[in-house]
Design a protein around this ligand. Structure first.
Ligand code: PSU
Ligand code: MN
Length: 300
C-alpha cells in the first residue's frame, strides 16, 4: 500500500483526511464527467480544510491519495476492474488497474489509518425477482459490519430494496445516523418511508458519536446525508422498477448490475439522476471533511 506524501504527513500530524472511493469514477459515471467529478470532490474536501485521499489500484498497486496524473489514468483506462474484496488479491497479483468499491475503500482506508470516508450511495440488497430471494447483497454491508470507520453517504442507492437493506444494517449492528433527518435518505431522494434509529444535527455531533462507536463496536458509523433538491420518490421508483425489470430480462447480474442500473436511470431520466448523483457526492465530501475536522479537534 502506497500513501501519497501529503496524506502520510496529514495522518502523522493528526490533521483531517477524507478517503474517497474510485468505483464511482471507473464504473459509476460516464466519461469525461467521471474525471471532472473526481477532481471536484478532492477540491471540495480541501475547501473544507481536509486532505483528500482517493483510493484506487494502479498496475496492481494500492494507492491512498492519487496525483492528478493517476486520477486521469484511472478515469480513462481502457481496462479497469471493479475491486471488491473477493477479487482484490488477484487484481494486485496480476498487476491490473481497478476502482475500489465502498467495501474495499473502507477496508483499505481503515488499514491506512483514515477515520472518515465519503461516497455517493452505499450498496445493499438488490430486489428479489418473482418471489425468490436474489442473494445479491453488496459486500459493502458486511464490510461495514466489521470496519470501524465513519462513512458519509446519501443513503443506500435507490436501485436497491431499501427495507431489506435497512434490516441488514440493523442485523449487522452498523451505527446509523440521519444527518438532520429521522428518515432513511435514498440517494436520489431525500427521504424514504423508513425510520432511522438516531439523528445528529452537526458535524461535531456526528464525530462524537463515531468516537464513541469506535471505542465500543467493531463496525462502521454511517452518516446519512439527504441530498439537497432531491428527486421525487415515486418518480425515481418508477425508473428503478423499469431498469430492474430490464436487467432481469437481459440476465444482467453480479458486479455488472449496479453500473447497468445507474446508467439506465441516467438514460430514463434524461440525465437528471446523474446531476443529482454529482451533487450528492460533492455534498457528502464536504460533510465528511467537516466531520474529519471535528474528529481531529476531539482527539487533541
Ligand atoms: N456511489 C455512487 N456511485 C457508485 C457507487 C457508489 O454514487 O457507482 C459504487 C460504490 O463503489 C459501491 C458500488 O460500493 O457502487 C456498489 O456495487 P455493488 O452493488 O456491486 O456492490
Ligand atoms: Mn452485488
Amino acid at each position: 500500500m502506497r500513501l501519497h506524501p501529503e496524506v502520510e504527513e496529514a495522518l502523522a500530524n493528526n490533521q483531517p483526511v477524507v478517503a474517497l472511493e474510485s468505483t464511482v469514477i471507473t464504473h459509476g459515471l460516464p466519461r469525461p464527467t467521471n474525471l471532472e467529478l473526481a477532481r471536484k470532490l478532492e477540491q471540495a474536501v480541501r475547501e473544507e480544510g481536509a486532505v483528500p485521499a482517493t483510493i484506487a489500484i494502479l498496475e496492481g498497486e494500492i494507492w491512498v491519495g492519487l496525483t492528478d496524473f493517476q486520477l486521469e489514468a484511472i478515469a480513462f483506462a481502457a481496462h479497469v476492474e471493479k475491486a471488491s474484496l473477493w477479487n482484490l488479491a488477484a487484481i494486485l497479483t496480476q498487476g491490473k488497474h481497478a476502482g475500489t468499491t465502498v467495501a474495499t475503500t473502507a477496508f483499505l482506508a481503515h488499514k491506512a489509518g483514515i477515520s472518515v470516508f465519503a461516497t455517493g450511495g452505499i450498496g445493499g440488497v438488490h430486489p428479489a425477482g418473482s418471489g425468490q430471494a436474489s442473494y445479491d447483497e453488496s459486500a459493502d454491508l458486511f464490510e461495514l459490519s466489521r470496519t470501524p470507520i465513519a462513512v458519509v453517504s446519501a443513503g443506500p442507492k435507490s436501485i436497491l430494496d431499501l427495507a431489506a437493506t435497512l434490516e441488514r444494517l440493523e442485523s449487522y449492528g452498523v451505527s446509523l445516523l440521519g444527518y438532520q433527518t429521522n428518515k432513511l435518505p435514498a440517494f436520489h431522494t431525500r427521504e424514504s418511508p423508513f425510520d432511522l434509529p438516531a439523528r445528529v444535527e452537526t458535524p461535531a455531533e456526528a464525530a462524537a458519536v463515531f468516537a464513541q462507536a469506535r471505542r465500543l463496536l467493531p463496525g462502521a458509523t454511517l452518516v446519512m446525508n439527504p441530498v439537497s433538491r432531491g428527486l421525487e420518490w415515486a418518480q425515481v421508483q418508477s425508473w428503478v422498477e423499469q431498469a430492474n425489470q430490464e436487467a432481469a430480462r437481459s440476465g444482467i447480474h453480479g458486479k455488472a448490475l449496479t453500473p447497468f442500473l445507474l446508467s439506465r436511470l441516467a438514460e430514463l431520466s434524461g440525465g437528471v439522476t446523474v446531476e443529482v448523483n454529482l451533487r450528492l457526492l460533492e455534498e457528502n465530501s464536504r460533510l465528511a471533511a467537516r466531520i474529519a475536522a471535528a474528529l481531529s479537534q476531539l482527539r487533541v
